[in-house]
Design a protein around this ligand. Structure first.
Ligand code: SF4
Length: 374
């Protein structure tokens, strides 16, 4: 079994983005090396483990400082009993990256994901400091440095109603001209973010499909561009390296989330708010629980069954299953308070829209060819 260990080293974040789903972002508590050591000892002690990759996520991981990361990577190498080394990945808002961080990332083969919402006018509208200051300049400088040091990774961009006021060409070229691989997230009402500017529009919104359609055209026009959502859907629908459907991975049940206070759970990182609330029966703590044994508890089994049933419903009920493969359980949960559902707002707005647009574009191309040849 291959897992992702997601460390949430501190709830604290130096920014206050308009759509953030992460809880408790003013709390400055930090994970201890002791807690990390317990995590790694338990993870590598699992007899079923065949591989583990490690991701640092919310709040802003870089506030932990460079020495903390050096110590954690050393610990990880010390505890690793497998032949395969973990891939280290960090998702950051980029504002704290400097040369020293880049040297560290390069030395330890980190993949770095930077959260950036496109050109300054849209980025600074959505991603400001707690004091309300813009952040684009710092993030652009971080991207330049990461490029200079040849650090692998990419960008995550959140599309909101405000994004749709901008030109999709500008957004596309912001990433393409810098040769940045990127993915976008549709702003969703999840976690601490209870209201999406997109779901409050006339429903179904008309502007989003037009925006995605133009991005698709540009993606097709520049074959060396990479937008994960489009590349992934294409591979799944049309073949290539299509992965076998794995219900646990789809449900993100192989993601172990560990927080600063030693609490942990298996599942989507975005479920964190629910885990501190109505799903608290799925929350465990390293001081008394084992990361593997908790997977055998009735509470976890029930949750696992429910996630699997949700994927089955998608498979049975949805014509878009091939390209989506069952959707994000966190989105299902926040919308319906259940994992045992199929369609939800975000899959309608994104997965279904992408596949519908792709089919329309293929049909219109083949119809044009039939007209030309007749
Ligand atoms: S598009 Fe929605 S309903 Fe269809 S498979 Fe994906 S999550 Fe399920």
């Amino acid at each position: 079994m291959r897992i992702f260990t997601v460390i949430h080293p501190t709830p604290f974040c130096n920014l206050d983005c308009t759509y953030c789903w992460a809880p408790d972002r003013s709390n400055t508590s930090k994970i201890s090396l002791e807690t990390l050591d317990t995590t790694l000892s338990q993870v590598y002690g699992g007899s079923a483990l065949t591989g583990m990759d490690m991701l640092w996520l919310t709040g802003e991981p870089l506030v932990m400082g460079l020495q903390h990361f050096r110590d954690t990577v050393d610990l990880c190498r010390k505890r690793n009993r497998l032949d395969v080394q973990p891939q280290f990945v960090i998702q950051t808002n980029g504002t704290l990256i400097d040369e020293a961080w880049c040297e560290f990332f390069a030395e330890n083969d980190f993949k770095v994901g930077v959260s950036v919402d496109g050109p300054a006018q849209i980025h600074d509208h959505q991603r400001r400091t707690k004091a309300g200051r813009p952040t684009f300049e710092k993030v652009e400088r971080a991207i330049d440095l990461l490029t200079e040091y040849k650090i692998r990774g990419g960008a995550i961009c959140v599309i909101t109603s405000a994004t749709l006021d901008q030109s999709p060409d500008d957004l596309f070229h912001f990433f393409y001209d810098r040769r940045i691989t990127w993915t976008y997230l549709i702003e969703s009402a999840i976690g601490e973010h209870e209201h999406s500017t997109l779901s409050s529009q006339d429903h179904p919104p008309t502007r989003l499909p037009a925006f995605i359609s133009r991005l698709l055209d540009l993606w097709a026009e520049y074959p060396d561009s990479y937008i994960r959502d489009f590349d992934q859907a294409t591979r799944r629908v049309f073949g290539g390296s299509r992965p076998a459907v794995n219900d646990d991975n789809l449900g993100c049940l192989d993601i172990l989330n560990v927080s600063a206070d030693g609490s942990f759970y298996w599942g989507n990182p975005e479920l964190m708010s629910a885990i501190h609330g109505p799903l608290s029966h799925l929350k465990f703590n390293l001081s008394s629980d084992d990361v593997w044994k908790c997977r055998a508890t009735p509470a976890f089994r029930h949750y696992q069954d429910e996630v699997h049933r949700g994927v089955e419903r998608c498979r049975e009920e949805c014509q878009f299953f091939a390209g989506c493969q069952g959707g994000n359980p966190a989105h299902k949960y926040y919308e319906f308070e259940s994992f045992d559902v199929a369609q939800h707002t975000t899959c309608q707005l994104n997965d279904q829209t992408i596949q519908t647009l792709m089919a329309e574009k293929i049909l219109s191309t083949s119809e044009a060819q039939v007209t030309l040849s007749s």
